[in-house]
Design a protein. Structure first.
Length: 203
């Protein structure tokens, strides 16, 4: 029997950090086939950054099939969602990429076309950036799916790369803002009525 194993980069650990993080867990991590499952919960609209450690190993040399469960445990809906890869400084070969990135999914969100410009600091959709639009209501969860391909660091070596998840939210005015708005409208109405009264009196 001919072995099909080849040198490849394998994920040995994943950790999470960031201002939006409430909780994180790795649900599965295996090679042959290469699969990784994770779950993270947002407690705020700040980003969550996943840090992957990659070591030299033997496997099928293919990309990782990654699935994630992402929960919005904030009080605001997510209107957009961005995923961005940051590679190590000494990147080799093709680096770390979303392979077949156009097939990436995030529940009922829509993947933005590579031709659509993104607001700073985000980059257009491509091999290292995924930009989704639609929405995720407060308190709800959604499934993500994408493929990750990493380069082999060589025997005895490791490296890390990060995957940053950043939601954007629609800002809902605070109650005080509503009160100020209503007070302002009331003042404008009073001034308009007062002026009309003066005009009638002069005529």
């Amino acid at each position: 029997m001919v072995s099909t194993a080849t040198a490849s980069g394998v994920i040995t650990s994943v950790t999470a950090s960031g201002p939006g993080l409430e909780s994180f867990s790795v649900l599965s991590n295996s090679t042959n086939p290469n699969t990784l499952g994770f779950s993270n919960v947002f407690s705020g609209a700040g980003p969550i950054t996943l840090t992957f450690t990659v070591a030299h190993g033997t496997g099928n040399g293919g990309a990782y099939d990654v699935t994630g469960l992402i929960t919005n445990n904030t009080t605001l809906p997510f209107t957009d969602f961005h995923l961005s890869i940051t590679e190590p400084a000494d990147v080799k070969g093709n680096g770390v990429v979303f392979t077949s990135f156009k097939s990436s999914m995030l529940g009922n969100f829509l993947l933005a076309s590579p031709s659509v410009a993104q607001p700073d600091p985000f980059h257009p959709t491509g091999p290292r950036d995924l930009n989704f639009t639609e929405g995720l209501a407060a308190g709800e969860a959604i499934n993500a799916g994408f493929n990750l391909k990493m380069f082999d660091p060589g025997a005895g070596n490791t490296y890390t790369f990060t995957l940053t998840q950043t939601p954007t939210v629609s800002v809902v005015p605070e109650p005080e803002t509503y009160a100020m708005l209503l007070a302002g409208l009331g003042l404008i109405g009073f001034i308009a009525t007062h002026r009309r009264g003066k005009t009638k009196h002069l005529t």
